[in-house]
Design a protein around this ligand. Sequence first.
Ligand code: ZN
Length: 209
Amino acid sequence: MDLKLKLELLPEATWKHNLRLRLTPYKWQKLSKYINSENNYTCEICGAVKSEHFKKFDCHEVWKFDENEKTQKLVRLQTLCFLCHNVKHFGYAGSQDWIDKDTLIQHFLLINQVSREIFDQHLSESEKQWNYRNSIVWDIQFQEILEKYKNITILKREEREIHLKMIVNHIINNPKDTNLDIIKKFSNITGIKKITHDAFYILLVEKKY
Ligand SMILES: [Zn+2]
């Protein structure tokens, strides 16, 4: 069955060998904000978007396993909402106290539009695969992704402040513009092709425009 949202149980021995822990907390935060901003804070699986009431978005590491070569390769970074992300890490998330297993199961059923039996079957297959993968010593590879994002530029706080002022002036002078108009013009004003949605949300949500 082709499921939209699947569990991704990572081998136990590689839990601590991810990109997040490889970078400093500051760098990881910057990188994940960059990825989420590039993806307009939209969950790639369920389509949830960031709003005043729904702010929790994560950057998920997508791994590709080659059982013959025994390689576990980081292939990309993905924006996921808090619920989809925790369903993917069901084994780990379910053992923590920040969310209960039933909430995750309900989200899985809703997004995949399947019955509880399908979830149980998928869980049991994932656990079987997890047990098998636990028996392998993996060669973990991040290099491609590290290379890909080594040159990302992230706005400094002062630059962001300047951009915010530009948008405020723009809104004052163009009261009839829609949010989309403002986003487009903001891009022209600043010369930034990809808009930092962070800045935009701060303006709209915190400053109540
Ligand atoms: Zn989602």
